[in-house]
Write a protein that binds this ligand. Structure first.
Ligand SMILES: C[S@@+](CC[C@H](N)C(=O)[O-])C[C@H]1O[C@@H](n2cnc3c(N)ncnc32)[C@H](O)[C@@H]1O
Length: 202
């Protein structure tokens, strides 16, 4: 999380990505590298190839970056649900995405909120968890929705590897995995894994 200091009386900053302006309030998450958000949206959208009318879920959605990109692409006949635990981030996400009537942002922990939504299927899922990863129970819940593609955005390759093994057991296989040097001169890497049902084309 980044510290946001009051600038001209505002306690948020504005960022640009995917041809939109995003407000990010105090304590809210935004990628540190100035080109990262754009790059990751592009990698996730290319991997998922959203279609008009599809339903999509953005888990750990922050201020709504992937939810907004998905909403733009699934159009007014589609629908997007975002889930995020940070109250301020949720308020920002709702403001950022106010012009999409078919986007809903739920506040709370994914592990509690996702089962309560009553949603039983989705075409696409993005998950961008903190360093600890999503874990087995969330992976199984995501797979149970039967998405045609899943995008897993990860800042810790070890947690990603563990969760990919859970996905494999739940019937999903990586279609491709890309690593991005978003933290130059450090050993950190950001990864985007695109998964699809293992039965497809098998
Ligand atoms: C790596 S950030 C991703 C944010 C967003 N996808 C983006 O790219 O800007 C992870 C987000 O997950 C939220 N978070 C952490 N644990 C969570 C949980 N158990 N349930 C829901 N959100 C959580 C954090 O507040 C943070 O906004």
């Amino acid at each position: 999380d980044r510290a946001v200091h009051r600038v001209h009386g505002r306690d948020f900053v504005r960022e640009r990505a995917d041809d939109r302006t995003w407000r990010v309030g105090e304590g809210g998450f935004w990628q540190v590298h100035p080109q990262a958000a754009e790059l990751l949206v592009d990698a996730v959208m290319r991997g998922l190839t959203p279609r008009k009318g599809e339903t999509a879920i953005d888990l750990y959605c922050g201020v709504g970056l992937f939810a907004g990109a998905l909403a733009d692409r699934v159009g007014e006949k589609g629908a997007v649900l975002g889930i995020e635990s940070g109250k301020r981030a949720v308020a920002d996400a709702r403001k950022n995405l106010a012009d999409f009537p078919r986007v809903r942002i739920e506040q709370g922990k994914v592990e509690k909120v996702l089962p309560r939504t009553g949603i039983t299927e989705a075409d696409l899922v993005v998950l961008d968890p903190p360093r600890t990863g999503a874990g087995r129970s969330i992976v199984e819940s995501v797979a149970a929705l039967g998405p045609r593609r899943i995008a897993y955005v990860a800042c810790d390759p070890a947690a990603l590897a563990r969760d990919l093994a859970y996905f494999t057991r739940a019937g999903y296989r990586p279609r491709f995995l890309r690593a991005f040097d978003l933290f130059p001169m450090t050993h950190h890497m950001e990864c985007v894994a695109i998964l699809e049902p293992a039965a497809k084309g098998a």
